[in-house]
Design a protein around this ligand. Structure first.
Ligand code: VGL
Ligand code: ZN
Length: 202
């Protein structure tokens, strides 16, 4: 068992990010087995759930002149536009049934504000609206996080960079992550994490 200052953060293991889902990540469901094993090793476990209202501003369907995977300018900066996904209460928004969700101490929902997306488990995409996770981890005495899940180059990346910026020791276990890889975003994500002193482990 790992010590109580180390948390496992499991990002967005939801049907819409798995084969057959609205924003499918290749091989996304392959992360379940390694993540279930890791959940047994950690004494602090947090799962996140992407949780958008219908008509969310990150959906390409809300931007008549745009297509999925185009980029638009939001007041808070550039934003990739996605197919409608992880709509609150939909089947696609559910955490995978095979994931050992019973082991979770907390399930944190994010992306519920209509006008701002939230990739990171710590801050929304404006980089300033907190989700509350830093307070939760801090009050439990956590100073070190291991991040796994979907997708490596978006929600895992943003969570890892924010965690590093907040002063946590950060490790990402790549075999328990899968990426979307838009125009080389996976290699860029790895480089950005390394530059931020995130430890990338196979
Ligand atoms: C994610 C795009 C949109 C993710 C969530 O979990 O990486 N990516 N919403
Ligand atoms: Zn989303």
């Amino acid at each position: 068992m790992r010590p109580a200052n180390e948390a496992l953060i499991v990002i967005d293991v939801q049907y819409d990010f798995c084969p057959g889902g609205a924003l499918a990540v290749e091989d996304g469901d392959a992360v379940v087995a390694p993540i279930n094993r890791m959940m047994d090793e950690f004494s602090v476990r947090v799962l996140t759930q992407d949780w958008h209202p219908e008509g969310h501003s990150s959906f390409a369907s809300q931007h008549p002149d745009k297509a999925p995977f185009d980029v638009t300018d939001m007041p808070y900066g550039p934003q990739v536009l996605w197919p409608d996904h992880c709509v609150q209460g939909s089947d696609g928004a559910r955490l995978l049934l095979d994931l050992h969700t019973d082991r979770a101490d907390m399930i944190l929902r994010k992306g519920f504000r209509p006008d701002v997306d939230s990739y990171s488990a710590f801050f929304e995409n404006d980089h300033e609206t907190p989700t509350g996770l830093d307070g939760y981890l801090g009050s439990r005495g956590v100073d070190s996080v291991t991040i796994v899940g979907l997708a490596t180059d978006f929600c895992v990346l943003y969570s890892a960079l924010d965690a590093a910026r907040l002063g946590y020791r950060v490790r990402v276990v790549e075999s328990a992550c899968r990426g979307i890889d838009l125009d080389g975003s996976l290699e860029e994500a790895r480089a950005a994490m390394l530059a931020a002193d995130v430890v990338l482990e196979r």
